[in-house]
Design a protein around this ligand. Sequence first.
Ligand SMILES: Cc1cc2nc3c(=O)[nH]c(=O)nc-3n(C[C@H](O)[C@H](O)[C@H](O)COP(=O)(O)OP(=O)(O)OC[C@H]3O[C@@H](n4cnc5c(N)ncnc54)[C@H](O)[C@@H]3O)c2cc1C
Length: 261
Amino acid sequence: MKAPAFAYAKPATLGEAFALLQVLNAKVLAGGQSLIPSLNMRLSSPGLLVDITGLKELKGISVQGNSIRIGALVTHAQMERSPEIQKHLPLLAQAIPHVAHAAIRNRGTIGGSMALADPAAEYPAVAVALEAEFLIEGKKGKRKAKATAFFKGLFETDLKPGELLVAVEFPIAKPSDKSVFLELARRHGDYAIIGLAAHNSKFVFFSAGPKPVVVEGGSMQKAKENLSKTLKPPADLYSSSAAKLHLAGVLLERAWTTLST
Ligand SMILES: Cc1cc2nc3c(=O)[nH]c(=O)nc-3n(C[C@H](O)[C@H](O)[C@H](O)COP(=O)(O)OP(=O)(O)OC[C@H]3O[C@@H](n4cnc5c(N)ncnc54)[C@H](O)[C@@H]3O)c2cc1C
């Protein structure tokens, strides 16, 4: 199928972008790796696509004090090659190669992935595990949201109509921090059947509910008890809820073993 007809605009400044986003039924276009397929499948029919790829404020990776700021337009591939991310954000660095395939990683952006809030996506769980902050801007000004507040539900975030996600700030890992990223997928690059971003004693599961699910646990026993109380993974075409819960337990044990050595 082909996408329905739409108008297209590429603003050069944030001000122009915010003005364009006031147009009825306008939608942000970043890397297009999720939005364009959804248009082609006629799951969405925006009147105007606002292509934000010319906005310099949304680009670049920089170390700022104790955190790393990643612009919303930074692609998965740019993050994969970033020495700052490899050095300071080991959990995120482990997650990136699991996102889709190389061609998609060349165009898809961290901002698009976070704004979409797919429950099976890797970055939202990493952001919750690391307590990242989201920098948001709209016509009325700038604001910040913590990861747990940003992800509100199934494909639902705290972004208001007309607002842009500008950047995500991750705290730099301390030498004593331990983290591990694990994912089970049918093939490498597919969306996860179940996945886990573990940071110190915080275990954040994805593909396990409408948004990242946090399971805390100071001991393996406690974490397992909390897992069965907290996690109610939805069944899909391939796995029942009980199978996913079992796999989540397997990932939890693997993560615990890695974090304890
Ligand atoms: C075959 C295939 C496999 C994939 N596998 C995975 C996977 O395993 N894991 C995974 O996480 N993703 C996967 N993806 C999705 C991919 O990672 C996309 O890059 C990502 O979800 C969206 O990024 P984008 O820049 O392409 O955003 P777009 O497609 O341009 O936009 C996505 C949504 O976010 C909004 N948006 C984009 N940027 C902003 C912004 N700065 N502010 C506000 N709103 C914004 C858009 O309006 C749209 O609603 C896959 C995609 C495909 C096609």
